[in-house]
Structure formats: structure tokens, C-alpha cells
Design a protein. Structure first.
Length: 247
């Protein structure tokens, strides 16, 4: 079960952040989220919730900020969807190889994301082909955002699988918490925004998916960030079999 933002795609710093800033500019607002501030704001999942929390920090009254966050988020979603359609959002290195390997091995693929379906589906289609994914659960479907487990739980329901059969791949502490609360084993593939987060509950932590020549990441040394190992089908299968024993 795969996360999108920060995991399958490199979408936050040069994608969503840029789209939020363009939406601010178009609305005539002086706000601008630099790379560092955006890293802090990522602790709040979901674009509309992130905007709302930011305006709350600025002291804006509730009704005003909720209306503004909703309006800006709609526009940001349009802008991001256009960026994705222009090919400006890329897969993380190694993801194409991993998905090919999983597909060739007959592994069922599904997505559980906090992002919005409006951009998630065309982006996944453009980069990987939508038909690869048996289920896609986005914020439009799940009642709550990660770290709430509802997106993972809904994905399990759609796949008709028990939690122990479907390991998650995430990039962040919020994603890890969501996966673990749903009872899944979880591999964390860190990125520049998440490297320093607490992943001690993860079953495996790796720094990138690894190139085709990298040695396979091993569960014997599950929190080894350096050098990055390659996530492969055997490791994921192993996690599916052993996940019952993790918290
Ligand atoms: C991703 C998110 C998303 C994106 C923006 O979390 O929190 O909000 O930052 O997408 P995760 P939207 O990777 O844990 O699913 O603006 O569409 O919400
Ligand atoms: Mg993520």
C-alpha cells in the first residue's frame, strides 16, 4: 500500500509549496512559504488543513480563515494539477523500477494518500499508468487525514485484505503513524523533509529506493539509513508475512 506525496513522487518542496505560493500571489496576499517554513507546516497533513493552521498561527479569526483556506486550496489544487500535467512533478528515483518489479511478481498495488483525487489520479496515470493500482484512496474518500488510519483502512477494505497482508510504504512520521494504527507493517523511505523524524516504530527505514545495482535492503538491519538499500519484492513479501508481530 503506497503513499504518494514524498514517497512515489517528489512533490512537496518544488510542487505543492510552489502551487500554494502562486495561489497566495494570485489572491493578492503577501504570504510566501519558504522551503524551511513549508517543512514545518508539513506536520499538518492535507493542504486545506495546512492553510487553516497557518492562518490560525497568524491570528486570523475562524470563519475568515476557514473560508480563505478553502478558496485558496481549490485554486492551489488547480495550479498543482496543471504543474503535474506539464510534467513538472517527477517520480522519486527508483520508483519506476520498484513498481515494475512488483507488478512482474504479481503483487497487488494500491494507494492511500492524503492528497486530493483531482491531481492524484492524473499524476499517477501520467507517471505510472492508473491501471496498475487496484485501489486509490485519497482525501476525497477518507473521513480523516493521516496520521489517522482511515485512508489505510479504507484501502484494505477495497482490497479485501487483512492488515497483515499489506505492508505500507510511507515517507513521513505522520504516514508511519497512520499505517501502524491501521495495523500494517511499514517501510519508511525518508526524504530531505523527513530524514530527522522519529521512525523507531518502522519495520524498515531507508534513504531512497536505491538504484538497480544497490544491494537489497535487509530487515536484519532495519534502521540503517546509510548506505541506502534497494527496496525489493522479497523484503516487502517478508514484511507481509511477519507484520502480525509488530505494534
Ligand atoms: C500529503 C499531504 C498533502 C499534500 C498536499 O500527506 O499532506 O496535503 O501536502 O496535497 P501524505 P493536497 O503524503 O502523508 O499522504 O493539497 O491535495 O491536500
Ligand atoms: Mg507522504
Amino acid at each position: 500500500m503506497l503513499d504518494v506525496d514524498g514517497t512515489l513522487v517528489d512533490s512537496e518542496r518544488d510542487g505543492h509549496r510552489v502551487a500554494f505560493n502562486l495561489a497566495f500571489e494570485e489572491a493578492g496576499l503577501p504570504d510566501c512559504w519558504d522551503v524551511e517554513l513549508y517543512g514545518r507546516l508539513l506536520a499538518i497533513t492535507g493542504g486545506a488543513r495546512r492553510l487553516n493552521a497557518y492562518f490560525e498561527e497568524q491570528g486570523m479569526a475562524r470563519t475568515e480563515r476557514e473560508e480563505l483556506a478553502s478558496r485558496l486550496h481549490s485554486r492551489k489544487t488547480e495550479i498543482f494539477t496543471e504543474m503535474a500535467a506539464r510534467g513538472e512533478i517527477d517520480a522519486r528515483p527508483g520508483v519506476h523500477d520498484l513498481l515494475d518489479e512488483l507488478e512482474n511478481a504479481g503483487v497487488r498495488l494500491a494507494v492511500a494518500t492524503t492528497g486530493s483525487l483531482k491531481w492524484v489520479e492524473p499524476l499517477l496515470d501520467r507517471l505510472f499508468g492508473l491501471e496498475r493500482f487496484e485501489a486509490i484512496v485519497a482525501s476525497d474518500d477518507a473521513p480523516e487525514r493521516k496520521p489517522d488510519p482511515s485512508a489505510h483502512q479504507m484501502t484494505l477494505e477495497r482490497l479485501r485484505l487483512k492488515p497483515s497482508a499489506a505492508p505500507a510504504v510511507e515517507d513521513s512520521a505522520n504516514g508511519l503513524r497512520a499505517a501502524k494504527s491501521a495495523g500494517l507493517a511499514c517501510v519508511v523511505v525518508v526524504n530531505d523533509y523527513t530524514r530527522e523524524q522519529d521512525f523507531h516504530h518502522a519495520d524498515l527505514v531507508i534513504d531512497g529506493f536505491g538504484g538497480p545495482d544497490a544491494p537489497a535492503a535487509t530487515l536484519a538491519d532495519p534502521h540503517r539509513l546509510d548506505p541506502p538499500g534497494r527496496l525489493d519484492v522479497d523484503t516487502l513479501r517478508c514484511l507481509a508475512q511477519s507484520s502480525g508481530s509488530y505494534g
